[in-house]
Design a protein around this ligand. Sequence first.
Ligand code: ATP
Length: 238
Amino acid sequence: MSSPALEIRNLRAGYGDQQVLQGVDLTLDPGSIVALIGANGAGKSTLLRTISGLVKVREGEILLEGKPLQSLPPHKIVEAGFVQSPEGKQLFLDMTILDNLLIGAKNRRARGRREQTLREVFELFPILEERKHLNASTLSGGQQQMVAVGRALMALPRVLALDEPSLGLAPIMTDRLFESIAKIRNRDLTILIIEQNVFQVLEMADYGYVLENGVISLQGTGAELLADDHLRASYLGL
Ligand code: ATP
């Protein structure tokens, strides 16, 4: 049996006296899209930052395709294949779109396949190829988000984590971005996505987890969660 793409067991982490993650367990099947939902401050971004090695693990295990990540520094975690596209994009706005994308392929594993991955990113987001020599500052919010996702793909992730990719986007751009994310699913890649757009993300996701007060309070397939009374009342206002 193959290992899960990502397995997290009893993960505890936080800042100073504040224990944010209080024993989180989650499993991502290879090739799946998994949604992570939770109120503001529930600890979703902290979970991604902990997996990425930016927040220290206090207890528990993080296994990427069976290999422990929790003692590796952030750049080794990227090289191992966990790549995050952070909330708020964090692009270099005074650099070209092409250079922003190429920054993603710095790690050793990604460098050798750089040109091929770039072609794949341009296939996914043709507008970025048309504008590749323009500064990232000239793009709309939705197009900048494409650059952020493209840059993460350039690192050749095994697991791609997206932190609120639809933040600040108009509904039409959100639809397009979700279509692109669904297309990436067909590749040999697992996706963990944090979203406030709960309905839309659960329609797309194979599986979802709800994080409340630092623990997973609810989990199920997208369809199961959409039918759950607590989820509907708390996150969909129904
Ligand atoms: P949001 O949707 O608002 O981003 P979230 O679920 O991602 O929410 P986190 O950003 O992980 O939540 O925050 C969880 C808790 O950790 C909050 O109480 C927050 O104030 C705290 N926190 C987040 N970042 C830091 C930090 N760098 N230093 C100290 N506390 C932090």
